[in-house]
Design a protein around this ligand. Structure first.
Ligand code: SAM
Length: 289
């Protein structure tokens, strides 16, 4: 269904029916079929390079920072001392790049199912792929669901930077996965998972939030704007076993100088607090379920 026609590539997917985003393309840099998915890298006219898996945009060079900073810094800054971090998915390297910036983080374990995505990102998307070579990172090529089942009370923060719930990522949106994440967390730990967009597919957001609510004592939804994602935004589900946690109040606030030094362009304490303020329609639907 996805197409490259007259110099424009269009993203069509049943998860967001009746709407699609198109990117004007200069060049196809890479196209392959891995064991798990179709991999495409485009050089676009106005949005830098773009990674596309199974016909769905994962990131573009122009706006990937918004997503990567928020999926990393929201849970890291909800935790008082995030030392050991687990990233599931994240094959482009952008989340590892951001997590490594947090001053308290000592080690990052990352589990990506598709070795080919890692290689393609290092070669064609070095602005993100550089995260995969960070000295704090230990990288495993494995299924994140299977990995989670084998780990107990190990991590302070678990970030699930998965593709959308099609193909190998389906299991990362199930209730059982949230139960396994709870077991893999140390006391006081936090999880954060991407959970789709509430304009195009509020059912998916609701289902993921409900899994999180049923497993954790506290759960919340936040979102970020990403112009090249379907409907321009994506939500994150956060969970913790601490019934008193206030997700919208960051436990650490960085000064403007510190944010500059860390090269954070989107995240700040103000954005952290604002990310949990939902539009009324979304709040109503999500609180009724
Ligand atoms: N920011 C992106 C988004 O929301 O569209 C996600 C980017 S990252 C490229 C997603 C990664 O999750 C892919 O590289 C994919 O191979 C990986 N992935 C999917 N299912 C997985 C699984 N079961 N275990 C580990 N990694 C998985």
């Amino acid at each position: 269904m996805n197409s490259l026609k007259n110099g424009w590539w269009s993203e069509r997917c049943e998860l967001w029916p009746g709407v699609c985003l198109s990117l004007e393309v200069d060049e196809v840099l890479h196209e392959s079929k891995s064991q798990y998915q179709d991999i495409l890298v485009l050089k676009t006219k106005n949005h830098g390079r773009a990674l596309i898996l199974d016909g769905i945009i994962q990131c573009t060079e122009a706006d990937e920072f918004t997503y990567q900073e928020m999926i990393a810094f929201l849970p890291l800054c909800c935790h008082k001392s995030p030392k050991k971090v687990l990233v599931i998915g994240g094959g482009d390297g952008g989340v590892a790049r951001e997590v490594a910036k947090h001053p308290y983080v000592e080690s990052i374990t990352q589990v990506e199912i598709d070795a080919e995505v890692l290689e393609v990102s290092k070669k064609y998307l070095p602005f993100m792929g550089k995260g995969l070579s960070h000295p704090k990172l230990t990288l495993h090529v494995a299924d994140g669901f299977d990995f989670m089942a084998q780990h107990q009370e190990e991590f302070d923060v678990i970030i699930t930077d998965s593709s959308d719930p099609v193909g190998p990522a389906v299991s990362l949106f199930q209730k059982e996965y949230f139960e396994m994440m709870r077991s893999a967390l140390k006391p006081g730990g936090i999880v954060c998972s991407q959970s789709g967009t509430f304009y195009a597919n509020i059912e998916q957001v609701t289902q993921t939030l409900n899994h999180c609510r049923s497993v954790f004592a506290s759960a919340a939804l936040a979102y970020v704007t990403v112009p090249t994602y379907p409907t321009g935004q994506i939500a994150f589900v956060l969970g913790s076993c601490d019934p008193e946690i206030k997700f919208d109040i960051p436990s650490i606030s960085f000064t403007d100088d510190e944010l500059e030094q860390m090269q954070l362009r989107y995240y700040s304490s103000d954005i952290h607090r604002a990310a949990f303020v939902l539009p009324r329609f979304a709040k109503k639907i999500l609180s009724n379920e």
